[in-house]
Design a protein around this ligand. Structure first.
Ligand code: NAD
Length: 267
């Protein structure tokens, strides 16, 4: 049995992670963590997740439970994840990171740590989205520079980063397939007299509202036809189940930075 620690256990994703972990064969929920000072400290993780008692009490001290788990699943915030990264690295633990919104500098910290520990980092752990990454690569290779590429994403009103990590990853996949650098060809929103569209750009548009779990569409718009690849998530459990798959997979790795393409064998 792999012993799993889940941090951010009372969050929107954290509660689904607790549920998915308790249902996953081969995994056992060993530790649940929340923000120091949270009123939820001391509560049963399963009761918070709405699945009944698990006997795992939510704590706020990762250091204090370091000998009780094998892999930390972290869907919180970049600065929290990086604090946990240092601790897991020192304690020889593996990590599955679903947190999004890392700056390039923060991303480098993940890369540095992966020399000494095994990490799965993915902005979207759903199997469907990761299949879409593969389809996008093919579409970009076939449609090439003849089309205009636009990425539209929609999420719930509470999401704090934009565009979503998934939309950015979709942009990277397409840019890479076309030999472009997303840093120089991305256009984030347009307003006023923005001029005619330059073919080599990749446009991003963000929608925020209500309880939308996560929609992404990549549009390849040519003259006379348009190809759209769309993914719509209707439940956060899809991400949580992907994270549990990653938690099992990463136990077979000693060090390195991996993503869901590695976990799903799509490379
Ligand atoms: P949320 O705000 O509902 O949950 C975050 C939780 O982390 C909160 O409960 C908060 O109290 C807790 N937290 C904050 N500081 C902490 C600390 N120091 N120690 C422990 N817990 C702490 O957010 P969410 O919607 O669950 O999303 C969390 C992250 O996961 C975001 O970055 C989001 O973009 C990302 N996400 C990733 C995927 C994926 O598949 N990779 C899917 C959905 C969301």
């Amino acid at each position: 049995m792999t012993r799993v620690a889940i941090t951010g256990a009372a969050g929107r994703m954290g509660r689904c992670l607790v549920e998915a972990c308790c249902a996953a064969p081969g995994l056992t929920l060993a530790v649940a963590l929340e923000r120091p000072g949270s009123s939820i400290i001391g509560a049963d993780a399963g009761e918070v997740a709405g699945i009944g008692r698990t006997g795992v009490t939510i704590t706020d001290n990762l250091q204090g439970v370091a000998d009780q788990f094998d892999v930390l699943v972290d869907f919180t915030r970049p600065e929290v994840t990086l604090g946990n990264l240092a601790l897991c690295r020192a304690a020889g633990k593996r990590m599955v990171v679903g947190t999004t919104g890392f700056t390039p500098g923060q991303r480098n910290e993940l890369i540095d740590a992966s020399a000494a520990m095994a990490l799965v980092v993915a902005p979207n752990m759903s199997v469907g989205v990761n299949l879409c990454f593969k389809l996008l690569e093919t579409a970009a290779q076939v449609l090439g520079d003849e089309v205009d590429i636009e990425i539209v994403e929609a999420h719930h009103r509470y999401k704090i980063d934009s565009p979503s990590g998934t939309a950015l990853r979709m942009g990277e996949v397409v840019a890479q397939a076309l030999g472009r650098d997303l840093k120089t060809c991305a256009v984030y929103g347009r307003e006023g007299v923005s001029g005619e569209r330059k073919r080599e750009t990749i446009g991003f548009a963000t929608v925020r509202g209500g309880d939308i779990v996560g929609d992404h569409t990549v549009m390849f718009a040519g003259l006379g036809e348009r190809v759209e690849i769309t993914h719509k998530a209707s439940s956060r459990l899809t991400f949580a189940n992907g994270a549990m798959r990653a938690a099992k997979w990463v136990m077979g790795r000693e060090a390195g930075l991996f993503d869901m393409q590695d976990v799903l064998g799509l490379r």
